[in-house]
Design a protein around this ligand. Structure first.
Ligand code: G3H
Ligand code: 13P
Ligand code: ZN
Length: 314
């Protein structure tokens, strides 16, 4: 079993100018697609579970699936992270369930309360060997169970607050709102990230790992397939791949990706349904979806620079 927390991973990522991909899992096929890519590319891995994923699949099933991935890949360091924990009780539950990392997202609360909520989670998690990710600023986009704001440019993380936040809260990494948002509709016009904000925060917190949420690129390949085969996502737009690469070379050590997994799976399922209307064996459409996820994740690992870095993160 090589379940680890993020400490060594982030130290290596920070010092060597790459980022680790944090992929959301909701079922077996998604997990297998990700893990096969990771094994083929020998990359470190963060698998994450949202409250929505837990409600959909149950923690026992998800943990069992993840445990198999961990057991079958002893050479790969794997972190399991709670994505967007909303309160202390949720975080405590995931720590007690054996997660090695939890995110407390109290970013919608006023600054002092965000510190207080985060501190409480840190005090429970740290003695149990679990690391804590916190969030400053607010991301855009509204997804099920993850409430964001609509104008991302107005709610960026404030570089003048980060030192006080990290010192007082004791968090191990910090998600910084820098212009991205959750979901498939991130930008209405030209996509733009606040690299100046990322750099200012990095300058104030030397050596400290930052996290970028909402980092899917909404790949044209899958968007086009979805639209071609009866879907309706004409205005979907993600973070350009060059921007992901650039952020990964900066202090961003963890890059969160969910939407691109969903779109890869959906695109392939739609394609099979459209091209083979008589097909009703789930393996015949989930299988191509899983394969598309694998190829897409392999591509991401090169973009993030973490391909081949598994051994140094152990
Ligand atoms: O950050 C949000 C993730 O994409 C999880 O979304 O709450 O619908 O599982 P979810
Ligand atoms: P995307 O919606 O861009 O994939 O972001 C996922 C995320 O940030 C999960 O926490
Ligand atoms: Zn997120």
């Amino acid at each position: 079993m090589t379940l680890v927390n993020t400490k060594k991973m982030f130290e290596m990522a920070y010092n060597n100018g790459y980022a680790v991909g944090a992929f959301n899992v909701n079922n077996m096929e998604i997990t297998q697609g990700i893990v096969t890519a990771i094994a083929e590319e020998q990359a470190p891995l963060i698998l994450q579970v949202s409250r929505g994923a837990r409600a959909y699949a149950s923690i026992s099933y998800l943990k069992a699936i993840i445990n198999v991935a961990v057991e079958e890949n002893p050479d790969i360091p794997i972190v399991i992270n709670l994505d967007h924990g909303d309160n202390f009780e949720t975080c405590k539950q995931f720590v007690d369930d054996g997660f090695t990392s939890v995110m407390i997202d109290a970013s919608a609360h006023p600054f002092e309360e965000n510190i207080k909520f985060t501190r409480k989670v840190v005090e429970y998690a740290h003695p149990r060997g679990v690391v804590v990710e916190a969030e400053l600023g607010q991301l855009g986009g509204i997804e099920e169970d993850v409430v964001g704001v609509n104008d991302v440019s107005k709610n960026l993380a404030d570089p003048d607050h980060v030192v006080e936040f990290v010192e007082k809260s004791g968090c191990d990494s910090l998600a910084v709102a820098c212009g991205t948002s959750h979901g498939a509709y991130k930008f209405k016009s030209e996509p733009k990230l606040a690299f100046d904000v990322i750099q200012k925060i990095a300058d104030k917190l030397p050596g400290f790992p930052l996290v970028m949420h909402g980092s899917s690129s909404v790949l044209a390949e899958f968007k086009d397939l979805i639209n071609k085969y009866g879907g309706d996502m004409p205005n979907a737009m993600g973070v350009p791949e060059e921007a992901i690469s650039k952020a990964a070379k900066m202090a961003i050590c963890k890059v969160n990706i969910d939407t691109d997994l969903r779109m890869a799976l959906t695109a392939k399922i739609r394609q099979v349904f459209a091209e083979k209307p008589s097909e009703f064996d789930p393996r015949k459409y989930l299988g191509p979806g899983r394969e598309a996820i694998k190829e897409m994740v392999k591509h991401k690992l090169h973009l993030l620079g973490c391909a081949g870095k598994a051994a140094e993160c152990m």
